[in-house]
Ligand binder design. Structure first.
Ligand code: NDP
Length: 244
């Protein structure tokens, strides 16, 4: 089934930023979207806006750190629309800090959301997609999946992991498509998870060149709209004005 029209697309972390922009764009392009995150008030507003434009959308609370939550979320999409064509494993957090700050709970949270969350999405979707004989995982990594900078050691480690898991899945699954999307600095609420003062200040400067979340959503749409025999395995989308 080429294109976007009619596809059932499940998106985690759709209550803001890139996930929200992807939901809006894909629904405008005719996808039936199922959006999840923890802030259901935001999801409700998004769903109303999409429906007001004539789109098809369902929403559900999901915490990607909880395996059963993600399984229920993906099952909900299948029960509602009869199949699951695409899962966008997008939910992520980025509480940057130097390792010496020992913000160990924040390290754990990044590992739980950014790595385990993606694995939970894969675990929930893989049996469904295998049974269907088709499916597409779009996993959101980062330019931080390609390089490391100070204060971002753990965040980058989680994004290297997303890259590795995705490429392994791609190699093992010649019947499914797997795409890694690696954005550079993008307008969103991501930097709000930073509690370290110096990292927060540095990020304010870094984010001045940010591209819109819609730019990343367009990259996601490009990967999805390719014919079934074409797997866009990775797209890196950066601000023109940034060296990183
Ligand atoms: P936002 O902070 O705007 O969005 C993050 C989303 O993740 C929110 O919808 C949030 O929803 C959700 N989320 C966080 N924790 C959980 C959880 N435990 N369970 C379910 N959902 C959760 O940031 P972005 O849009 O920028 O982030 C999207 C992805 O893009 C992330 O993976 C991020 O690492 C990646 N990225 C972003 C870049 C940028 O510059 N913005 C650059 C490179 C990569 P809620 O709080 O309601 O649960």
């Amino acid at each position: 089934m080429p294109g976007i029209e009619g596809k059932v697309v499940v998106i985690t972390g759709a209550s803001s930023g890139i996930g929200e922009a992807a939901a809006r764009l894909l629904s405008r392009r005719g996808a039936r979207v199922v959006v999840g995150a923890r802030r259901t008030d935001r999801l409700e507003k998004l769903a109303s806006a999409i429906r007001a434009e004539g789109g098809t959308v369902e929403h559900r609370a999901v915490d990607v750190t909880k395996r059963q939550d993600v399984a229920d979320f993906v099952d909900f999409a299948r029960a509602t629309f009869g199949r699951v064509d695409v899962i966008v494993n997008n939910a992520g957090v980025m509480p940057l800090s130097p390792l010496s700050s020992l913000k160990i709970e924040e390290w754990d949270r990044m590992i739980d959301v950014n790595i385990r969350g993606v694995l939970h999405g894969i675990a929930a979707g893989l049996p469904i997609m295998k049974a269907q004989g088709h499916g597409h995982f779009v996993n959101v990594s980062s330019i931080g999946g390609h390089m490391v900078v100070p204060t971002a050691a753990v965040y980058c480690a989680t994004k290297f992991a997303v890259w590795a898991i995705s490429d392994g899945l791609r190699q093992e699954s010649t019947d499914l498509r797997v795409t890694v999307i690696s954005p550079g600095v993008t307008e969103s609420e991501l930097a709000e998870t930073i509690t370290d003062d110096s990292a927060r200040q540095a990020m304010k400067e870094f984010r001045k060149t940010a591209i819109s979340a819609d730019a990343v959503a367009r990259a996601i749409a490009f990967a999805i709209e390719q014919p079934d025999d074409v797997d866009v395995s990775e797209i890196v989308v950066r601000p023109t004005a940034s060296p990183h």
